[in-house]
Design a protein around this ligand. Structure first.
Ligand code: FAD
Length: 472
């Protein structure tokens, strides 16, 4: 048997490890190279999706316990044991990472190679281990899945101690008393929602006019209204500088009204986006084309170098930046694996990628916002239904927010579904199926939903497109 692999994947994040497993399931001989000493899983598992959601869940439990009397629970002296909550988070991460390495990779006969991967040529990957030892992987194909890292700006010099990124905030030893979050995208808002509810004085500074700027405008506004109970939010505000002072950081801000303000906090979290990881990858020696530091691929994830594909946070597709999300990376990894195994190529419709922010209330969406649908020339109709009109949200004690359905008149097709409210990040999956099946508004309205559930809000939001919601 040849020692040559059919596919070598560099990076074991949700793009790389998922793509590798699908390729192995389809009969390919696969190797995965990972340089992170913490193990497999990538940003998502080691320092992204999973640890943040573990902390957010504790914040949810803490909030409910503090409101215990509302539920008839007498819980005295409810407090946060920061060390215990951080160790729980780490235990969850370690267990899942070991699950990929020791169970999933073994079960699928994937060779896991620890070390820095470097493309020598399209048929060879050089791996340098932590001890400096080098080995070579002969391969027919390479999938680059090296992901992304936090961005910084010259006026926000990250020192890893006081001015930090999402990487360092997940390793804190003590709860900060005060925190300034720069950037109100999903990452910034999730950390603000964690520490704001744990009692830290949190200020969020966002340059754009609203938080979660890629969401539907009404959703952003509703989320801001609720989040503002636990934090100060400055939108339309420019961060001029951040300077480390004794025991904290001083941040100079120009507010939306043009006023100059000086803010001080123990820590500053810079959450202004993420850039591609290509250091040490050896792409200069290949024909792989780069675009603003990202690897440029076509809509089949092919780079300009035959035999080398790229996916996930690392890429731009046909010159367009694309959503840096775990499920996008996984879907792309699967597409490449299926293509290499000779399966028909099933292109991804990037208009149907769900987004989710796990703050409280949760925010989730799929499809076109109302503004985008109008911009594309659709004859738009909108239905909106508040969670507060239903029984289940009252029972679970979280009844703020709404579901909004954006449809078009001609064929009654649903174009987008947007929600802010309890368990929105779980409820959105129904909307994903609806869009995937090109469902009409009437079909959602006529689908019998169980009672009493949060999902009834979806049915009634569809009914409300025609002014027919029962509980409105
Ligand atoms: P990554 O996950 O970044 O994995 C790349 C891997 O490649 C890493 O393990 C890295 O060590 C390895 N690598 C890099 N270079 C080399 C090399 N030369 N040799 C060997 N190995 C190499 N997305 C969601 O969908 N939902 C969420 O809730 C969510 N929450 C997030 C919260 C935070 C705080 C952050 C920062 C991100 C979050 N994301 C979330 C985004 C998500 O983590 C990324 O979109 C996803 O991890 C990208 O997957 P990837 O496989 O492209 O790359």
């Amino acid at each position: 048997m040849s020692n040559e692999f059919d596919l070598t994947v560099i990076g074991s994040g949700p793009g790389g490890y998922v793509g590798a497993i699908r390729a192995a399931q389809l009969g390919l001989k696969v190797a995965v190279v990972e340089r992170d000493p913490k193990g497999a899983g990538g940003t998502c598992l080691q320092r992204g999706c999973i640890p943040t959601k573990a902390l957010l869940h504790t914040a949810d439990v803490y909030e409910d316990l503090r409101n215990g009397r509302e539920f008839g629970i007498v819980a005295e002296n409810v407090g946060v044991d920061f060390t215990a909550l951080m160790s729980r988070k780490s235990r969850i991460v370690t267990r899942l990472s070991k699950g990929i390495e020791s169970y999933l990779f073994k079960k699928n006969k994937i060779t896991f190679v620890k070390g820095q991967g470097r493309v020598e040529n399209p048929r060879s990957v050089l791996v340098t281990g932590a001890d400096g030892s080098a080995s070579r992987i002969a391969t027919k194909n390479i999938m680059l899945a090296t992901g992304s890292k936090p961005r910084s700006l010259p006026n926000l010099p990250i020192d890893g101690q006081r001015i930090i990124t999402s990487d360092e905030i997940l390793e804190l030893k003590e709860m900060p008393k005060s925190l300034i979050v720069i950037g109100a995208g999903a990452v910034g808002i999730e950390f603000a929602s964690i520490f704001g509810r744990f009692g830290a004085a949190v200020t969020v500074i966002e340059m754009l006019p609203r938080i979660l700027p890629i969401e539907d405008e009404e959703v952003s506004k509703e989320a801001e209204k609720h989040l503002a109970k636990h934090m100060t939010i400055l939108t339309g505000a420019r961060t001029e500088s951040a300077t480390v002072i004794q025991n904290g950081v001083q941040v100079e801000v120009t507010t939306a009204s043009g006023e100059r303000r000086s803010l001080v906090a123990e820590l500053v979290l810079v959450a202004i986006g993420r850039g591609p990881v290509t250091d040490g990858l050896g792409l200069e020696a290949t024909r792989v084309r780069m675009e603003r530091g990202y690897v440029r691929v076509n809509n089949r994830y092919e780079t300009d170098e035959p035999g080398i594909h790229a996916i996930g946070d690392l890429i731009t597709v046909d010159g367009k930046p694309h959503a840096q999300l775990a499920h996008v990376a996984s879907a792309e990894g699967i597409r490449v694996a299926e293509k290499l195994a000779g399966k028909p190529f099933d292109p991804i419709d990037y208009d149907r990628i769900p987004g989710a922010t796990y703050c409280q209330p949760e925010v989730a969406s799929v499809g076109l916002t109302e503004a985008e649908a109008r911009k594309r020339g659709y004859d738009v109709v909108v239905g909106k239904f508040p969670f507060g009109n239903l029984a289940k949200p009252r029972i679970v004690g979280h009844d703020g927010g709404f579901i909004k359905v954006v449809s078009e008149k001609k064929y009654d097709q649903v174009l987008g579904i947007h929600m802010v409210g309890p368990h929105a990040t779980d409820l959105i999956s129904e909307a994903c199926v609806a869009l995937q099946l090109e469902t009409t508004t009437e079909e959602i309205a006529k689908t019998i939903h169980p009672h009493p559930t949060l999902g009834e809000a979806m049915m009634q939001a569809a009914e409300s497109v025609y002014g027919m919601a029962i509980d409105a």
